[in-house]
Design a protein around this ligand. Structure first.
Ligand SMILES: [Cu+2]
Length: 102
């Protein structure tokens, strides 16, 4: 998807300017987000690595919609406090949760 380089660039710029922001990695393996629940701070980047042979998404309505191609990765920055529930649009049984707090 053409949005991925832009996202990666945005993430890079953010990391270069925001001291203390972290990157939280989530692996997608056999139709599961692992770990399914993570905690983050506002400004952190969530990085999904897809080990499956099929594409997935990480989609939270109104927040982010990241396509993660087979064997590749994708990322999104979480900004607001609160719990973000997301799923894969292609496999709605795949669910994850990001608890964002300070
Ligand atoms: Cu999927």
């Amino acid at each position: 998807m053409s949005a991925l380089p832009a996202l990666a660039a945005a993430a890079f710029l953010f990391c270069a300017t925001a001291a203390g922001a972290a990157t939280i990695e989530i692996t997608i393996d056999r139709l599961e987000f692992r770990p399914a629940t993570v905690t983050a701070r506002p400004g952190d980047t969530i990085l999904w690595r897809n080990r499956d042979v099929m594409d997935h998404t990480a989609t939270a309505k109104g927040k982010f919609d990241v396509v993660i191609p087979a064997g590749a990765s994708g990322s999104a920055v979480v900004n607001a406090d609160g719990v973000v529930e997301y799923l894969c649009r292609f496999h709605p049984n795949m669910k994850g949760r990001i608890a964002v707090g300070r």
